[in-house]
Design a binder for this molecule. Structure first.
Ligand code: COA
Length: 177
């Protein structure tokens, strides 16, 4: 087991979080995904500048997992109802917290880093009296699907997720407290 601590990230972490995002986002994409589309998404959604915005947004909490002084994973929690009405209907919880990102560097998979992040996310949601949490996960991302199932997440719907010119198919999962 890795010795890991999970804390709320600050603005000073933006560039390091972006580096972790660049190393981990491709792992969540289906095999055969176009690298150019992934690069576009990294630049548009996961740059240091964008992390600066996430870290400054009162509706978001960025959690960082640190091992040996390095950020090895992160999660972003997003408060508020899902913006897609179909997802909101499927999730059917109010108030609800979205786990909008959950990414761990590959060398730290299966070591307890992801469970530390998940426990911190759920603790925060329960402590703030949310009715539950929800997330979207690619239908081909079997490792992540299995990971979420271990915490009791259940599929309540589907959605599409656009990465560059690709339209990916996600399951919408929910954990009701
Ligand atoms: C998703 C993620 C956070 C999970 O963390 P993790 O440390 O890998 O999770 P765990 O090892 O605790 O659990 C993964 C489970 O999937 C299983 N698994 C691994 N590969 C698998 C596969 N190809 N198919 C099905 N299950 C698989 C593991 O055996 C484990 O189950 P077990 O504990 O019952 O043995 C991490 O894998 C990750 O960051 N992946 C890349 C980014 C990503 O996909 N993020 C999620 C976006 S929604």
């Amino acid at each position: 087991m890795t010795t890991v601590t999970v804390d709320r990230a600050g603005l000073w972490d933006a560039e390091e979080l972006s580096d972790v995002a660049a190393a981990t986002f491709p792992l969540a994409c289906p095999p055969g995904s176009d690298i150019d589309d992934i690069e576009v998404f990294l630049a548009e959604a996961l740059s240091g500048e964008r992390f600066g915005e996430y870290l400054s947004d009162p509706a978001r909490t960025v959690l960082k997992a640190v091992a040996d002084g390095e950020i090895v994973g992160y999660a972003i929690l997003h408060s508020g109802p899902p913006s897609d009405p179909a997802v909101a209907t499927a999730v059917a919880l109010d108030p609800v917290l979205e786990i909008s990102k959950m990414y761990v560097l590959p060398g730290h998979h299966g070591t307890g880093v992801s469970s530390a992040l998940m426990h911190a996310a759920l603790e925060q949601a329960r402590g703030a009296d949310y009715a539950g949490v929800w997330l979207g996960v690619n239908q081909e991302n079997l490792r992540a699907q299995r990971f979420y199932a271990k915490y009791g997440f259940e599929q309540v719907g589907t959605r599409t997720f656009t990465v560059g010119r690709q339209v990916y198919h996600d399951d919408v999962l929910r954990l009701e407290f």
